[in-house]
Design a protein around this ligand. Structure first.
Ligand code: COA
Length: 330
């Protein structure tokens, strides 16, 4: 039994934050942001809504697309670093919003690698024959944890998310999730984190005064790690499966920085039209980037049934990973 993606959708909020808007907020400029990151604008969710709003919207679009009733779902997995609350899971909010009455669910916190970690996790439940319909969601409301006075971070991140439906298949041409290579390197935790709000530094006047509820990053360290790690895992998964750049229809990379994406694609031997890029519109939506990019690539008909797709990512942890799949939709 193999796990195949039978539907994919996404949701981004309407509200747009442009580079020109940011010029009025911090000492930066449009040209610098575009040349260093490739980002032109990002989406911002209303203050009174949580990540589950994005997640449920994306999931509903997949249910509609696949003609699936919410009560057919066996499991909901939400990858996010910005849960509505620490307890309960964001999956609980999504289950309630969808009225998915026959399922269980949980969250995965693996930052920007969250969606593919969730996808691989869900694939196990399908491959063992345990479940038939799993909604895998990657969504983040990064604006909730970004300091819009910090030019180091505020220009990079945005809000949004996407979802896929995973189902079993035993077609002869072996579609679906083929392989994955994942890494976790905890020594990287100090370079990208949100220090307070957890059990180590619970919220206090001091944590608020010290701005510890916002994302901190050492951009240069992350950049270096991302290019090396993302290229390594992407090349390894090709070698392990005896594929070369020519065999890959599409790379769907985590959208963190256009220079990182281009460096990885070059090392993999891919041409520009083999890479899905939409970072200019949304920035880095953390667990959201990959399902959003997959959904837009599907809308643009950038892949067909039987094509090899590689999904590659890196993120806080440090996490990194590459997942190889044979596209199952027409
Ligand atoms: N606007 C304008 N100028 C800026 C700026 C900003 N937002 N930030 C820094 N600068 C200036 C600096 O002062 C410096 O000027 P100088 O050369 O005159 O000293 C110059 O631009 C270069 O600064 P630096 O900090 O070296 O920038 P960088 O090339 O490393 O780019 C990032 C910064 C954050 C864009 C880049 O490091 C990055 O994208 N890293 C990865 C982050 C990431 O992906 N995080 C999420 C992981 S999932």
């Amino acid at each position: 039994m193999r796990a195949i993606i039978t539907g994919v959708g996404h949701y981004v909020p309407d509200n747009i934050l442009t580079n020109q808007d940011l010029e009025k907020m911090v000492d930066t400029n449009d040209e610098w942001i575009i040349s260093r990151t490739g980002i032109k604008e990002r989406r911002i969710l209303d203050k009174d809504k949580g990540t589950s709003y994005i997640a449920a919207k994306a999931a509903k679009s997949v249910l509609e697309q696949t003609n699936t009733a919410a009560d057919e779902l066996d499991l909901i997995i939400v990858a996010t670093s910005t849960p509505n609350m620490l307890v309960p899971s964001t999956a609980a909010f999504v289950q309630n919003e969808l009225n998915a009455t026959n399922c269980w669910g949980f969250d995965i916190n693996a930052a920007c690698a969250g969606f593919i970690y969730a996808l691989a996790t869900a694939a196990q439940f399908i491959e063992t024959g345990k479940h038939n319909k799993i909604m895998v969601i990657g969504a983040d409301k990064m604006s909730a944890i970004i300091n819009y006075e910090d030019r180091n971070t505020c220009l990079i991140f945005g809000d949004g998310g996407g979802a896929v439906l995973l189902e079993p298949s035993n077609e002869e041409d072996k579609l679906g999730v083929e392989d994955y290579i994942f890494h976790l390197e905890g020594s990287g935790a100090k370079y990208l984190n949100m220090p307070a709000g957890g059990s180590l530094f619970p919220a206090s006047h001091e944590t608020v005064d010290k701005k510890m509820h916002y994302v901190f990053q050492d951009g240069k360290k992350i950049f270096k790690y991302a290019v090396t790690e993302m290229s390594d895992v992407s090349i390894k998964i090709m070698e392990k499966n005896r594929l070369t750049g020519k065999d890959i229809k599409l790379l769907i990379p985590h959208q963190a920085n256009l220079r990182i994406i281009n460096a990885v694609a070059k090392k993999m031997g891919l041409t520009h039209d083999q890479v899905m890029i939409n970072i200019e519109k949304y920035g880095n939506t953390t667990a959201g980037t990959i399902p959003i990019a997959m959904s837009e690539a599907y809308e643009k008909k950038m892949m067909s049934k039987g094509d090899w797709i590689i999904i590659s990512t890196f993120g806080a942890g440090f996490t990194s990973g590459s997942l190889l799949l044979k596209w199952a939709l027409d």
